[in-house]
Design a binder for this molecule. Structure first.
Ligand SMILES: [Zn+2]
Length: 937
């Protein structure tokens, strides 16, 4: 343009024409964002104006070539001088005017044209004379910075493009940008669609670019994969996607959900192909500013790099916890809950709808289903449009009918997964211990089947069939910590008994007495501690419970100390040895304690028996038990003394257990011939403790409710006569050997249940617009359209008002050809519509009970079609026959028309599978020894 500029000028129109054309362009041209204007030196422009106004082609006022030299700092960099002022130092001309001037006058050699853009800055349009000048460099080579100018309205993406070009980054590389301020703090430029102005980039700042490593990590982040040596990382080239996830402490629920999603082909390809980058939604108030999506992308990229045996999803976990406080800690959670949260979070982070409009939902009002469904789906897409919607969202029809006015309300609602109920078994398997009357028989563990809604009597009846003991001779109790946590009545509901409770059923003896003449005695075993505390009241010695308690019925007529002692000895005969006569003699000298008691127990006759006391207060009962025992054997030699002592006195003594010391030494000597007993008998409360003042002040617990007694052992006596080993023994009934029958149901049954008419519960009524009040309407759900990937959540955790249980039925689900056409309400599918046949692609498993448990995953690799078993960091081959178990919890199905054939041959698993070790370990985190030689498939 420079060489022939003179010539151009020569061919230019007349001066008057020039003046008119340029002036009208300057007058009429408005600033429009994005258009170019040009900076021209004011002196040259003034000269030109004078030239055209004088109208003399040969005038000395000829301006010559356009020359902006005065505007530059120097003529090497052509860097514009700072703080130039418009209309003093330069003028701005619109592009058309510039091009005319240039064509007429040309430009001084090598000067670059000063093209500047009109930018739409907040509240004003301006020609951006001074663009922002930024230093660009790579993370891997920060020394080599390139200076480049950008407009304030340029997007971060254009900086990224410029950098890729400047540093010859291979196309397709995934990049991240960071901006470094002069104070050298770094901030991630997350939103590539953001403008330079909005990102607060200003001249002099540095933008650093990093590209994702081949193993899925970023150079700027500290190694998340680690633990494996550098060599291993470099060498390992496993099948992409076959990668464990390290458990970060009860995070197997998260790992299981991630493995299912990772093996959902359309979602993983979306991330691996970087389609997510352009769809990150940073402004969605319902989203997480793109952070969940990016953290998820990082995990997926690492898992599918083929470089890792196992990935540590720490950043992902932190992000999840950051946005959903219920997942913050490391306590066990539900993989289904996390899945639901994650699908929602990913959807909002990737929602292509930036501004959600408000859409009022219309009731069907008798319109055709087809019309209402299409409207509902259209409305859904107007607010929700993302890869998650594309992949997982379907539509179901919900029909509510008011029981009063019969108003029918039809709505079509999108769903992300189907939560299908399991048929609830009406029966229940219980494991209980049966304790026979035969003292030499060990307790027997039985497995019985009872009605779930049954009563305790049903349990006894079921047990009766195995033991031939009539249910009337049984009593059922919950044993906890060596005592009775609860003794059940026959009429009580079995739902009060939890599976984890230790249930003992005791056989009772048949007594000739009338029932009201019998006492059901609860018997505890206690060991005395050596420590004695006379001063502080309560029990005169410390005790601790041990062994198994017993329940036995006793005729009231034989509740004397002597009788009870002998009865107990007989019942405990299997593990309590009787002393031989020589041993008894050795025990003749008594210890202090017994002496002390004896000094004050005179006057209580052995003849006083329990029967006499049962109608009295509990305190009296305790009193009598204690004193009749302590005095009982003595009385044989010393004889009843003071039998006329009245009841009041005895009560007083009972309530003041600190006895005066050695009041009657004579009495003690009189006792020296007494027979030493193995244990003493104490009245106790249901906790097995002797409380001071129990039953005081007339508010005594009626003895007829339930008497509890404890037999107390001196430690040395227990050691000699109580066989702990024998006491703990029990045997298993044949019913325990029969493998536990799991209820088996078909997945199709569960889907049918999902679409069964139900009546709303009282906690969740429906507001009837006709009746203008809440009604317990009927509700029916029908499937209308199904997504490409259908998630089916089996509701194994059943929480009702009365029960919480995990249903461990086997749900038989097909691995391929699951046909939904029968479940779809819309029967007339057009020919373009995909068939409703699905193949299984992943299963999240839950093992264990309600409060504990472990999650794993079966999933099929999209590239080689092989099934794998993912157990946290461990990955093993799986075969199709292993997949259907009673642990299956969340199922992932993909519609057949969307399934692509594996691009790789299936690995030769025969090499790895054998009968003794059906699943060979492919990978583990860390421990290299457990990575077997066939690790690299
Ligand atoms: Zn109504």
């Amino acid at each position: 343009m420079t060489a022939n500029s003179r010539c151009s000028a020569a061919e230019s129109p007349g001066l008057e024409t020039q003046r008119r054309e340029i002036e009208s362009l300057l007058r009429e041209c408005e600033l429009r964002a994005g258009e170019s204007w040009y900076v021209v030196d004011r002196r040259w422009f003034d000269q030109w104006k004078e030239f055209v106004e004088t109208g003399d082609q040969n005038s000395t006022s000829f301006p010559g070539q356009i020359d902006n030299a005065e505007l530059f700092e120097d003529l090497d960099s052509y860097h514009l001088k700072d703080r130039l002022v418009e209309d003093e130092d330069f003028v701005l001309v619109p592009a058309e005017a510039w091009h005319k001037l240039l064509s007429w006058y040309g430009m001084v050699d090598d000067q670059p044209p000063l093209e500047r853009k009109v930018v739409d800055l907040p509240s004003t349009l301006k020609v951006e004379v001074y663009p922002i000048e930024i230093f660009l460099c790579l993370h891997s080579n920060m020394e080599n910075a390139v200076t480049t100018k950008f407009s304030r309205t340029d997007s971060i993406h254009s900086i990224q493009r410029a950098m890729c070009q400047a540093f010859s980054v291979p196309p397709g590389s995934e990049c991240r940008l960071w901006m470094k301020s002069s104070d050298s703090s770094c901030e991630r430029l997350r939103n590539v669609h953001m403008s330079v102005l909005d990102a607060c980039l200003s001249s002099g700042m540095t933008v650093i670019m990093e590209t994702r490593n081949a193993d899925g990590t970023w150079p700027s982040s500290r190694p998340q994969i680690m633990r494996n040596s550098v060599e291993e990382q470099d060498s390992y080239r496993g099948q992409p996607g076959v990668c464990g996830l390290t458990n970060l402490g009860n995070t197997c629920f998260m790992n299981s959900a991630l493995q299912c999603l990772s093996n959902t082909p359309p979602l993983t390809e979306y991330f691996l192909q970087n389609s997510y980058v352009d769809e990150l939604n940073f402004t969605n108030p319902l989203g997480m500013k793109g952070e969940i999506a990016e953290a998820y992308a990082d995990v997926i990229k690492q898992m599918w790099s083929g470089r890792h045996y196992s990935v540590v999803p720490r950043v992902f976990k932190t992000k999840v916890g950051h946005f959903a406080s219920q997942f913050l800690g490391y306590q066990q959670h539900d993989s289904q809950e996390l899945l639901s949260f994650l699908l929602d979070g990913l959807h909002e982070d990737l929602n292509r709808v930036k501004n959600k409009e408000y859409i009022e939902l219309r009731d069907a009002d008798g319109r055709q289903d087809q019309e209402v469904a299409e409207e509902a789906w259209r409305n859904h897409l107007r607010r929700n449009d993302s890869v998650i919607v594309d992949t997982f969202h379907g539509l179901f029809k919900s029909t509510l009918v008011c029981p009063e006015c019969h108003k029918v309300s039809v709505t079509f609602d999108p769903f992300c997964y189907l939560s299908v109920p399991l048929p609830v078994s009406k029966e229940r398997v219980m494991e209980v211990f049966f304790v026979s009357l035969d003292p030499y028989a060990k307790p027997v563990q039985h497995r019985v089947v009872v009605p779930k809604a049954g009563k305790v009597s049903d349990l006894c009846s079921a047990l009766s069939e195995m033991t031939s003991v009539p249910p009337t001779q049984m009593v059922v109790a919950d044993v906890f910590n060596h005592r009775f946590y609860k003794i059940y009545n026959m009429g009580e509901s079995l739902s009060a008994i939890l599976d984890r409770d230790d249930i003992f059923v005791y056989e009772l003896s048949v007594l000739e007495e009338q029932p009201e003449e019998q006492v059901l005695l609860a018997l505890y075993l206690r060991e005395r501690s050596h420590y004695r505390d006379y001063g502080s009241g309560g029990g005169s010695y410390g005790t601790s419970l041990f062994g198994h308690p017993l329940l036995l019925n006793v005729p009231r007529s034989s509740c004397s100390q002597e009788a009870l002692y002998n009865l107990f000895l007989q019942r405990l005969a299997r593990y309590v040895r009787l002393p031989d006569p020589s041993e008894e003699l050795e025990e003749e000298e008594e210890d202090d304690e017994e002496e002390l008691y004896k000094t004050q127990t005179n006057g209580i006759s052995d003849g006083i028996n329990l029967y006499f006391l049962v109608l009295r207060s509990d305190a009296a009962f305790r009193f009598m038990l204690s004193y009749t025992y302590l005095f009982g054997s003595c009385s044989q030699s010393s004889g009843p003394a003071g039998a006329d002592q009245n009841e009041e006195d005895k009560q007083e003594e009972a309530c003041s257990p600190s006895p005066p010391a050695n009041e009657h030494p004579a009495k003690r000597r009189a006792c020296h011939v007494r027979r030493k007993r193995l244990f003493s008998i104490q009245a106790v409360n249901s906790n097995g403790t002797t409380e001071r003042g129990m039953g005081e002040g007339g508010s005594a617990v009626s003895f007829s409710s339930q008497p509890y007694v404890a037999i107390d052992w001196e430690p040395d006596m227990k050691k000699r006569f109580y066989n702990e080993n024998e006491a703990e023994k029990y045997v298993k009934h044949a019913s325990m050997e029969v493998p536990q029958q799991h209820m088996t149901v078909q997945l199709q049954q569960c889907i049918e249940l999902f679409t069964t008419v139900e009546t709303l519960e009282e906690e969740n009524p429906w507001y009837c617009p006709v009746c203008k009040k809440h009604q317990l309407s009927t509700k029916k759900l029908d499937l209308w359209s199904l997504p490409e990937v259908l998630i089916i959540h089996l509701k194994r955790f059943s929480y009702t008002k009365f029960t919480r249980e995990k249903l461990d039925s086997i749900v038989e689900f097909p691995l391929r050809d699951l046909d939904f056409s029968g479940f779809l309400l819309r029967k007339t599918l057009s020919s373009e519509e995909p068939p409703s046949r699905y193949d299984l692609i992943a299963v999240s498993n839950h093992y264990g009970g309600l409060r504990d448990g472990h999650y794993t995953t079966y999933a099929k690799n999209k590239d080689n079609g092989q099934w794998y078993y993912f157990d946290d960091s461990k990955v093993t081959y799986a075969t199709e026959d292993q997949i259907v178990t009673n642990a299956a919890y969340v199922l992932f199905y993909q519609r057949q028309d969307k399934i692509r054939k594996p691009t790789l041959p299936a690995p030769n698993t025969v090499l790895h599978n054998n009968h003794t070790k059906p699943q060979s370990s492919l990978s583990t985190s860390g421990a290299q020894t457990s990575v077997n030689s066939t690790a690299a498939v």
